[in-house]
Design a protein around this ligand. Structure first.
Ligand code: XCC
Ligand code: SF4
Length: 671
């Protein structure tokens, strides 16, 4: 069986369009979004959907990654295969320029996730020192688990003492003076990965340094070796993993490790009878406090005549609250502006990342108050309320009051309530999944999953992650692919805006199992359901959190590898970002490949300007790390390519298992 089911051996994508129906502004398959796009049209309001059309056709030099703006002698474009126009003015060739541009995405993504992680770690530190009294340790069990994992002795210590040491250890991963590897990386990966990262010199010694070094490496007149540049990028990508792991671990400590919970998703969760507050962004340090403050101020809210306060989430801060508190999810990234179009949002509270500054423009037509809270994420025309962890509840109350006071300004004439919403069962941290598996096999929970793969009941695991990208129709890539994967008996987990797409469209409802799951997946899920006797049932797709929580599923892949006695590249586990958009998605994709996973991306990253770089990311990466990118814009074909990758891994594992059994040898580790 060939490693790549691609007879051309070029790993090129099909000729599916790169921009779907570029003149059509109704670029979504979400019925609630279509409804609000109609409202925006009637009001003459411009949203991302109009802007996506206005940007067509996009610059092909940029699209292929061969436009360089790294110094002000540029911009330089690679315009010919040879001669003076084949290089930038400084002599940089296409492969250098493509590689530099690509890894600078990773630097941006790593910075975003790890700055978020640092904010959480610093809050834990301040809390442990008594300076952030409104935050508590919601999950001491997780605190001790993390402490033990990273080698902090806990015996005879107070909870807060342990919290302080854990926070300090996390912050040391951001900047250490020696060359030790990052603690939150090395204590969460397989022994095989640890050795591989050391051998290839991609293990970061600290998060900040890896980003600074990468920017230094890729500035004018520095590294011209494209492969060396890519390796520098992978080091930063593993730093991204480290910062994300810190964020997830410590957020669980402060706010609790998610457990299964029932909720609803899509714009229909905005309740015209209530004061609606949307929380938007990523970092729950603000939004969790807003939820608590809203709870406190419920009676005051009702004095306005409203039936109370309704918090709804947008993007990943929404995913965080959905996972831990069952808070409604209103929108994923592409439809964030459309939430305002309902006319019933009284405030939109921003923290960090993926927020469109145009929400304030729309508020010129609607009464919604946009409140920014972070010192590095302000917006012209928004109200800025500097949120401080030291005075968290006081700040949150003040912010909620802004919404309560603004309710009187709502114009009932402008309210368009949507009926579109779906039931969601979410809250599947790795711990929660393990508990579900443990009902079948308490001693070796993960073997429930790996045995089902070995027996052929299910074909493997697929993580769906990443954003919306309006090069296609919002959510279409996610939904078309999930149907294929479910029908082919793949165990499905999701994060970020991909999870948002599934939540809105009902794929996280137990009802979706009957409609979409193949016979093997159905049997597997019903076995889990019977063993657990859950009142709410199990969903078709398991929501594993915000995009920063992708390390939860990396931990699942690692646990499966350890259970099977192999390294991650042999585990039938794949990942897909059907509508990748953000720099963060590039960083995540890069570390997933480094971990040893086949990773599909449904929107072409700017790598086509260099065949060498294209080959490195889609094929050579596999030889070094056992993971590679699959770049395919046709969702059905992409699903087929991922199924092939799963099939190849299961086949090879079977061959090696049989050989080991037949000859009484240990399991071959080759991949
Ligand atoms: Fe942003 Fe996390 Fe992408 Fe969504 S998925 S568009 S990064 S909100 Ni993370
Ligand atoms: Fe042009 Fe080189 Fe400057 Fe890039 S670094 S803009 S290729 S001169």
């Amino acid at each position: 069986m060939p490693r790549f089911s691609d007879s051309t051996h070029t790993a090129r994508p099909s000729d599916a369009p790169r921009v779907v129906d570029g003149k059509n502004r109704e670029r979504t398959v979400d019925p609630a979004a279509l409804e609000m796009l109609q409202v925006s049209k009637e009001l003459g309001q411009i949203t991302a959907f109009d802007r996506a059309v206005a940007q067509q056709p996009q610059c092909q030099f940029g699209y292929k990654g061969i436009c360089c703006r790294i110094c002000i002698q540029g911009p330089c474009r690679i315009k010919a295969d040879d001669g003076p126009a084949s290089r930038g003015i400084c002599g940089a060739s296409a492969y250098t320029i493509v590689a530099r541009n690509l890894v600078r995405y990773i630097a941006g993504g790593t910075s975003s996730h790890s700055d978020h992680g640092r904010h959480i770690a610093r809050t834990l530190l301040h809390m442990s020192e008594g300076h952030a009294p409104d935050y508590k340790i919601a999950d001491p069990g997780k605190l001790y688990k993390v402490a033990q994992r990273i080698g902090i002795a806990t015996e005879g210590k107070e909870e807060l003492e342990v919290a302080k040491e854990v926070a300090v250890a996390a912050l040391e991963d951001y900047g250490r003076y020696n060359d030790d590897a990052c603690t939150f990386l090395n204590t969460t990966i397989t022994k095989g990965r640890e050795a591989k990262f050391r051998a290839t010199n991609v293990a970061p010694t600290s998060i900040d340094r890896s980003v600074v070094q990468l920017l230094a490496q890729t500035t004018m007149g520095m590294d011209a070796d494209p492969v060396n540049i890519i390796f520098g990028g992978l080091k930063a990508a593993l730093a991204d993993y480290t910062g994300m792991h810190i964020a997830t671990d410590l957020t669980d400590v402060i706010f609790g490790t998610p457990k299964p919970t029932v909720s609803e998703a899509n714009l229909g969760v905005i309740d015209p009878d209530k004061i609606n507050i949307a929380v938007h962004g990523h970092n729950p340090l603000v939004s969790e406090m807003v939820v608590a403050a809203a709870h406190e101020l419920e009676a005051e809210a009702q004095k306005t005549g409203a039936k109370g306060i309704n918090i709804v989430g947008i993007c990943c801060t929404g995913n965080e609250l959905l996972m831990r508190k069952g808070v409604y999810l209103a929108a994923n990234s592409a439809s964030q502006e459309l939430a305002i179009m309902t006319g019933a949002l009284d405030a939109m509270i921003m923290d960090v990342q993926c927020m469109m500054p145009t929400v304030t423009t729309l508020c010129e037509c609607f009464h919604t108050k946009v409140v920014t809270t972070n010192e590095i994420a302000k917006m012209p025309n928004a109200l800025h309320y500097p949120f401080n962890e030291v005075t968290a509840m006081e700040d949150a109350r003040a912010i909620v009051k802004i919404a309560i006071d603004n309710y009187a300004n709502r114009d009932p004439e402008k309210v368009t309530a949507s009926k579109n919403k779906s039931k969601v069962v979410a809250g599947f941290s790795l711990e929660a999944l393990e508990e579900i598996f443990a009902a079948v096999n308490p001693d070796r929970p993960i073997s429930v999953l790996t045995d089902a793969i070995k027996s052929g009941e299910i074909k493997g695991v697929c993580l769906f992650a990443g954003c919306n990208n309006l090069k296609g129709f919002q959510d279409q890539g996610h939904l078309e692919m999930i149907k294929e994967m479910a029908a082919n008996d793949v165990f499905l987990v999701a994060t970020g805006c991909s999870a948002g797409a599934f939540a809105k469209a009902g794929f996280m409802s137990p009802l979706a199992v009957d409609t979409y799951a193949g016979p093997g997946l159905k049997a597997f899920l019903s076995r889990l359901q019977d063993a657990n006797k859950l009142s709410h049932g199990l969903p078709l797709v398991f929501h594993m959190g915000a995009c920063v929580d992708n390390t939860r599923s990396a931990d699942l892949a690692t646990a499966m590898a350890n259970e099977m006695g192999v390294d991650v590249p042999k585990v039938p586990f794949v990942a897909s970002a059907p509508e990748a958009m953000h720099e963060k998605a590039v960083a995540i994709g890069a570390w997933c490949v480094t971990m040893g996973l086949p990773v599909h991306v449904g929107t072409m990253p700017p790598v086509e300007g260099s065949d060498l770089i294209y080959g490195v990311v889609t094929q050579i990466a596999h030889d070094v790390f056992g993971g590679h990118f699959i770049l395919e814009m046709d969702p059905k074909l992409a699903a087929k390519k991922l199924l092939n990758a799963l099939e190849y891994r299961t086949w090879k594992l079977g061959v090696h298992l049989n050989a080991a059994e037949k000859y009484g040898t240990s399991l071959a580790q080759g991949y």
